[in-house]
Write a protein that binds this ligand. Structure first.
Ligand code: NAD
Ligand code: LMR
Length: 326
């Protein structure tokens, strides 16, 4: 058995937390030979509910679960931690865009960025799930100046998984036939799911569908899937979001497969002309616990316009939270 690693989950008493913790503890995220210490952070009024979650985790007798720490203090929650999943934030309701949450949620991430900077492992891997995820990841990163900006990522894996299923269903295949999906940009209604580089059973996906379906069905369905789930469930996605968080961290920690890649919101180094320093979703490959942006992906005029539109939205979100970016 390996030495246990510390995994912090914020918003651990919330609905995504409930779908996430049991899978982390069972080994789905970091592998079935990696013991974990769960450091569960939530706000003071949620501490009793969090105790209930802790009791349930104990009652699973997970062989890989070494310890559980419950706290409302970010300095305790992020102490020496190796992985952090920042879920704790308000979800949107019907009729809202994710960026409408910026005001309510942004302050959480400046506090947590500082606590990460002061307490966490220097090699910490951070995934921001709380919305608006890309800009919250930017706030977290900028408040943790002593840690490599590459260690802060935002979740677009849920959009990636949604897009894989949509194209599989349209082409009469399964997700096992789909590879090289890319979500570019923001986890928002401007995100751009790219079928020009996606492969379905060895073919280029865009050649299997007509442009009309791509533009007026596929792209809007993927962009609006979160809202469709809120409308249907009366609450935002939880199990699928938790599943995507597991997928994102697993790919980052354990690597991507072969020539395939995954979508991750990462610190832009200027690749594809995207403004440096934004947390923008790119096609990424992972190896040895590190990610890299896949270079040389085909970008035609159609893709370029969509990639620029979602970049522009991220610039606007960044400018709206300047006061939280030291
Ligand atoms: P929820 O309301 O069920 O749970 C949120 C939890 O966070 C609550 O327990 C709350 O007490 C806690 N919390 C609030 N402020 C906190 C703080 N400062 N520190 C620690 N914990 C805090 O919400 P949920 O459904 O679990 O969703 C959480 C977030 O994830 C929302 O912002 C939602 O929009 C977002 N989300 C993102 C994606 C994505 O793909 N990126 C997908 C689904 C949901
Ligand atoms: C999602 O994509 O399901 C989440 O970001 C929740 C939301 O607000 O849409």
């Amino acid at each position: 058995m390996k030495t246990p690693v510390r995994v912090t989950v914020t918003g651990a008493a919330g609905q995504i937390g409930y779908a996430l913790l049991f899978r982390i503890a069972s080994g789905s995220m970091l592998g079935d030979d990696q013991p974990v210490i769960l450091q569960l952070l939530d706000i003071t009024p949620a501490m009793e509910a969090l105790q209930g979650v802790k009791m349930e985790l104990e009652d699973c007798a997970f062989p890989l679960l070494s310890d559980i720490i419950c706290t409302d203090d970010p300095n305790v929650g992020f102490k020496d931690t190796d992985y952090a999943l920042l879920v704790g934030a308000r979800p949107r309701g019907p009729g809202m865009e994710r960026k409408d949450l910026l005001e309510a949620n942004a302050a959480i991430f400046s506090v947590q960025g500082k606590a990460i900077n002061d307490n966490a492992s220097r090699d910490i891997k951070v995934l921001v799930v709380g919305n608006p995820a890309n800009t919250n990841a930017l706030i977290t990163q900028r408040n943790a100046p002593d840690i490599d900006p590459r260690n802060f990522t935002a979740m677009t894996r849920l959009d990636h998984n949604r897009a894989m299923t949509q194209i599989a269903q349209k082409t009469g295949k399964t997700v096992n036939d789909v590879s090289n999906m890319t979500i570019w940009g923001n986890h928002s209604a401007t995100q751009y799911p790219d079928l020009f580089n996606t492969r379905v059973a060895g073919e280029t996906a865009i050649n299997l569908v007509d442009q009309e379906w791509y533009e007026s069905e596929f792209i809007p369905v993927v962009q609006q899937r979160g809202a469709a789930i809120i409308k249907a469930r009366g609450a935002s996605s939880a199990a699928s979001a938790a599943n995507a968080a597991i997928d994102h961290m697993r790919s980052w920690a354990l690597g991507t497969e072969g020539d395939d890649w995954v979508s991750m919101g990462v610190y832009s180094d200027g690749s594809y002309g995207i403004t440096e320093g934004l947390i923008y979703s790119f096609p990424c490959r992972c190896e040895n616990g590190d990610w890299s942006i896949v270079q040389g992906v085909e970008v035609g005029d159609f893709s370029q316009a969509k990639m620029t539109a979602t970049e522009q939205e991220l610039v606007e979100e960044r400018d709206a939270v300047q006061h939280l970016l030291p």
